[in-house]
Ligand binder design. Structure first.
Ligand SMILES: [Zn+2]
Length: 161
């Protein structure tokens, strides 16, 4: 059996899928997202005011939301979490706000209550997911770990206390 060929085909499939959500280098400049108004200019996405004649697209973050295809999963759980849920989720939203302010493609997609003592937060980017996990662990200790997948195109973050 020619394993090399199968391996290559797998890679090609993956690369094609990633390309859909690629963050850089695929738009003419300037290009604005018609859903969130993020602007692609100077090789990066920002919240700068888009010029009236900017090209139009749907940015990778809005595309992920539309496809329900998260890049990051953050699971927060445990008895301590259950008691301090509101406070911890405030921290989570604040971290998102800070990250998203600088990096428009790093957003929370959804915060889903799996159980009384567990939530799953899905994100459009890997950085905001890791940032949330780190911030929660820094403020509340507990057990924190994360795993990249898919050639660091996705991440799973776990925090328990
Ligand atoms: Zn957008």
């Amino acid at each position: 059996m020619d394993k090399g060929q199968y391996g290559r085909r797998d890679r090609l499939v993956k690369e094609k899928r990633h390309d859909t959500y690629r963050e850089y280098g695929k738009w003419p400049e300037p290009t604005v997202c018609t859903k969130c108004n993020a602007l692609f200019l100077g090789g990066r996405w920002s919240w700068k005011k888009p010029p009236a004649d900017a090209n139009r697209t749907t940015c990778p973050a809005c595309q992920r939301v539309a496809d329900n295809y998260p890049a990051g999963y953050v699971e927060l759980k445990g008895p301590f979490f259950r008691i301090h849920k509101e406070e911890i989720l405030n921290l989570v939203r604040n971290e998102e706000k800070l990250e998203k302010g600088e990096h428009p493609l790093e957003r929370i997609m959804a915060i889903v209550e799996e159980d009384e003592d567990a939530v799953i937060i899905t994100t459009t980017g890997i950085h905001v997911a890791r940032r949330i996990g780190e911030a929660v662990a820094k403020s509340y200790q507990g057990d924190f770990e994360f795993r990249y997948g898919d050639g660091e195109k996705s991440i799973r973050v776990f925090w328990t206390r």
